[in-house]
Write a protein that binds this ligand. Structure first.
Ligand code: PMP
Length: 327
């Protein structure tokens, strides 16, 4: 049983990564591994100095049976990367197969044996003076990696608060695009949450209904049914969200994807966040109202177990879910 008390959120702006971890030795850049220190860009590079970069956050887990590293849902993450680039009208000049190999090669070259975060990242080539609006241009692609400790079973239930910042709608700044520019909205919400004594914000959408957290999707449990905002509620189409919906169905738990009112969170028996970095994170309070008994509820606990067993290869994986990093 986890409790609200003593919860320690991650870094100042909400990362669960260990800020003291050394950088990787190798970074993949446009077709080759280069030493991390040499993977620099010019300050006037348009992708960096403006807002046009898209990215993915992927996790590789140490398998239960030794020191194999298993990348979780690699192809699904890469598919979303190409979708984000398409919606930003930029072109990733590598076929998915090549990026897939590059992710595995970067993990192998860095010699990781434990849980690792992988960030493929694409930004338009060129300098600002050449192209301020980089529509249709090719991207540079980099793949960065760093150690990333799982908090499953260790994290205490967190305190969440509904933010006064809202998710922009699909016709404003589409949350479906995983672009760095979208994260300014989440940053504001995380900082506000911390000032107000919460760990994490819950963002409502432009229609006043629940969308997601700053870096994770959200779900509630009410009378045995798991309810999560539909994909048209202004949220990122989370891969963990899709994973846990499948796992819940396997566990025989009814699930609903629909619009969710803010007040449903306060009346829920359980609330939890789900995301690649956040994994399954129970919520103990919403705006100071205790959810359930303030700890990890029974459905969340079963889901957390199933998720951990899935990503570490204890449970049989669905096709394409686990990709082993070659030695
Ligand atoms: N929403 C936002 C805003 C996110 O940044 C993330 C993390 N990528 C998620 C949801 C969860 O998505 P996923 O499960 O694919 O990591």
């Amino acid at each position: 049983m986890t409790t609200v008390e003593g919860h320690r959120p991650g870094g100042a702006l909400g990362s669960f990564a260990d800020p003291s971890a050394a950088p990787a030795t190798w970074i993949w850049r446009d077709g080759a591994l280069v030493p991390w220190r040499e993977a620099t860009v010019h300050v006037t590079s348009v992708g960096h100095a403006s807002v046009a970069a898209v990215f993915e956050g992927i996790k590789a887990y140490r398998a239960v049976d030794g020191d194999r590293l298993l990348v979780f849902r690699l192809d699904d993450h890469l598919e979303r990367l190409y979708e984000s680039a398409r919606l930003c009208r930029t072109v990733i000049p590598f076929p998915p197969d090549e990026l897939r190999t590059a992710v595995l090669e970067t993990l192998r070259a860095n010699g990781y044996r434990d849980d690792t975060y992988v960030r493929p990242w694409a930004f338009p080539r060129g300098l600002i003076r050449e192209q301020m609006v980089p529509a249709g241009v090719e991207c540079e692609v980099v793949i960065d990696t760093w150690p990333f400790t799982s908090h499953l079973f260790r994290e205490r239930a967190c305190r969440a608060g509904v933010s006064t910042w809202t998710r922009p709608g699909d016709s404003q700044l589409p949350a479906r695009v995983k672009a760095f520019s979208n994260y300014h909205n989440g940053r504001l919400a995380v900082m506000e949450a911390r000032v107000n004594g919460h760990d994490w914000p819950v963002l409502l959408n432009d229609r006043g209904q629940v969308s997601e957290g700053a870096g994770a999707c959200i779900a509630l449990v009410r009378r045995g049914t798991v309810v999560t905002p539909s994909l048209t509620s202004a949220l990122l189409a989370g891969i963990t969200r899709s994973t846990v919906l499948d796992l819940l169905r396997d566990l025989g738990v009814p699930v609903e994807e629909r619009e969710v009112d803010r007040t449903e969170l306060a009346l829920a028996d359980e609330v939890f966040f789900v995301g690649t970095g956040w994994e399954v994170l129970p919520v103990g309070t919403i705006d100071g109202l205790v959810v359930g008994d303030g700890g990890t509820g029974p459905v969340t606990a079963r889901l957390e177990r199933a998720y951990a067993d899935t990503v570490r290869g204890v449970l049989p994986a669905r096709p394409g879910w686990l990709t082993e990093v070659p030695r």
